[in-house]
Write a protein that binds this ligand. Structure first.
Ligand SMILES: Nc1ncnc2c1ncn2[C@@H]1O[C@H](COP(=O)(O)OP(=O)(O)O)[C@@H](O)[C@H]1O
Ligand SMILES: [Mg+2]
Length: 279
């Protein structure tokens, strides 16, 4: 689905290459988490997917980026939005229209979706995201969680196969986070979307992803199952990350000589281990 090969990239105003000989493959239907501390290059990697690099961010670029068979380095960014939906970190920056309904229509208009089909999709995605009641509302006085769902609806209405969510949990409360987890799981199962999540919140990541990619200074430091990467407390700390709460707790148990074959990543696994100790 996404094939990045031998990419070199240096921002115009940045002294060194942020990406050097960078390669990455993501398959259709995968949910991949990209983690790393601030400035590690997570967003830079995502700018490759829809061609923001090299089209929008200037600098020196070399390499190949093929997304769903399309050459992202050649096709205009607007055209890539048919294939890839990118949700930015700050929802307010991404809202372009005064009303919810027109916001969701906006992307589809650019793609030339017929009016009747547009109507159907607006109704369907408002309902899917549980925000039908917001249809006539102004976009200026929505909460962050509401704004985020409106943006997600507008992206999904363009029917991209790939969704990229760049730090989208940083502005929302824990209830909205739980709802977002449900929505994303549903999109994977029912619509076979490929989903790429960038997040600082490793608890959020651990609940969703099939694979975790850890980056530091634009390099892939680890690429594997969440049960491998997210339980490696030393690796996470070495790369400036705070391990998930559960992982830290069970890591401490292990360090303190409790018998443990593996460190759990889910509450279910944790409860199983705790129950076995209590027997
Ligand atoms: N537009 C830009 N111009 C110059 N340097 C940039 C630009 N955007 C990001 N950088 C630099 O590239 C590095 C990676 O940034 P970024 O990909 O935004 O990291 P992350 O998303 O992991 O926080 C940082 O050191 C940052 O300062
Ligand atoms: Mg970023």
């Amino acid at each position: 689905m996404i094939e990045i090969k031998d990419v070199y990239f240096k921002y115009l105003n940045f002294p060194t290459h942020i990406l050097e000989d960078f390669s990455l493959n993501i398959s259709k239907g995968e949910i991949v988490g990209i983690i790393g501390s601030t400035g590690s290059g997570k967003s830079t990697i995502c700018y490759l997917f829809n061609g923001l690099i090299p089209h929008h961010f200037k600098g020196s670029f070399q390499g190949s980026v093929i997304v769903d068979g399309k050459d992202a380095t050649q096709i205009p960014v607007e055209q890539m939005s048919e294939t890839i939906g990118y949700m930015l970190q700050e929802p307010s920056f991404q809202i372009a229209s005064a009303y919810v309904e027109s916001e969701i229509a906006f992307g589809m208009e650019n793609l030339g979706v017929p009016v009747e089909e547009m109507e159907n999709r607006i109704t369907a995605y408002l309902e899917k995201l549980g925000i039908s009641h917001l249809r006539e509302r102004s976009t200026s006085n929505l909460s962050e969680g509401e704004k985020q769902r409106v943006i997600l609806a507008s992206i999904l209405a363009m029917k991209p196969d790939i969704l990229v969510l760049d730090e989208s949990t940083s502005m929302i409360d824990s209830t909205s986070k739980k709802e977002l987890i449900k929505i994303l799981k549903d999109l994977k199962v029912k619509e076979e979307k490929t989903i790429i999540l960038i997040d600082h919140d490793l608890d959020f990541i651990s609940k969703l992803v099939d694979r975790v990619i850890l980056v530091n200074h634009g390099k892939i430091m680890a690429n594997g199952l969440p049960t491998e990467v997210l339980t490696d407390v030393e690796l996470l700390k070495r790369n400036g990350l705070v391990p998930p709460t559960l992982t830290s707790l069970f890591h401490e148990f292990k360090v303190n000589a409790f018998s443990l074959d593996k460190i759990p990543t889910t509450y279910d696994e944790a409860i199983k281990i705790l129950t076995s100790w209590l027997k």
